[in-house]
Design a protein around this ligand. Sequence first.
Ligand code: 2AM
Ligand code: CA
Ligand code: CA
Ligand code: CA
Length: 258
Amino acid sequence: MEKRMDTDKRVNYKTSSHDLVTEVDQECEKIIRETLQASYPDHQVLGEEGVEAGSEASRAALEAAREAEYLWIIDPIDGTTNFVHRFPFFCVSIGIAHQGEIIAGVIFDPVQNELFVAEKGKGATLNGERIRVSQEKTLETSLLATGFPAGIREARQVNINGILELGTKCRNIRTAGSAALHLAYVASGRLTGFWEIDLNAWDLAAGALLVKEAGGRVTDTTGQPYHIGVRNILATNGLIHDSVQRTLKDVKATGFES
Ligand code: 2AM
Ligand code: CA
Ligand code: CA
Ligand code: CA
């Protein structure tokens, strides 16, 4: 995949010019699906590129799939915009849910050759070494990350308000363009916390478990516990969670409700 970053790719628009897909996204998803189906023919697979574009179709696909005994939730490339622009920050994210609860997740960054793995109750690792969230106790010492919703202008504006509010309180903010890798970076202590609104199950499944298993806290932006239907995510080292959540609550715009 990282080799394909530098070659010409066919780029198509899904819902808008912010919402891209390449043939590499589709090829990766096909390979992952075929591999899973060969080993686990009874399991269901929910993958971004197997679902019609748009948030309504994404919600409906999750609703249809979430009752499955075993459900693989895959994002073949998280960070497609980066991939298209040759900005080297993207990954493959795969989570598996048993009766609706994520029990394992992997995130692979082919550029850095970093494999993040989490198994429920068994902790989280990076290339085989145990990882933990960071120890910052205050917003002033925290490095946060967020992302811009790809959808409508109003949703972006909401997050700009969030950035303005938190940006004056924390050490700094990164918006590097892959929700899953941002979560892996919270799990490994490189970021103190991450929030983003209007995401899908495949952006979050593996990363949410990684953060939890690394000792962090994962909720929606109102502080309700994470589940596979959550779209507005807040994941931190736990120590700054309430401060971030309170600040987002005070943002003078709507959109942070679940
Ligand atoms: P993607 O690269 O798999 O599409 C960056 O802010 C995050 O938003 C990425 O994880 C990206 O995932 C996701 N994203 C991009 N386009 C989106 C869209 N149209 N709707 C929802 N999420 C999107
Ligand atoms: Ca996408
Ligand atoms: Ca994604
Ligand atoms: Ca994707």
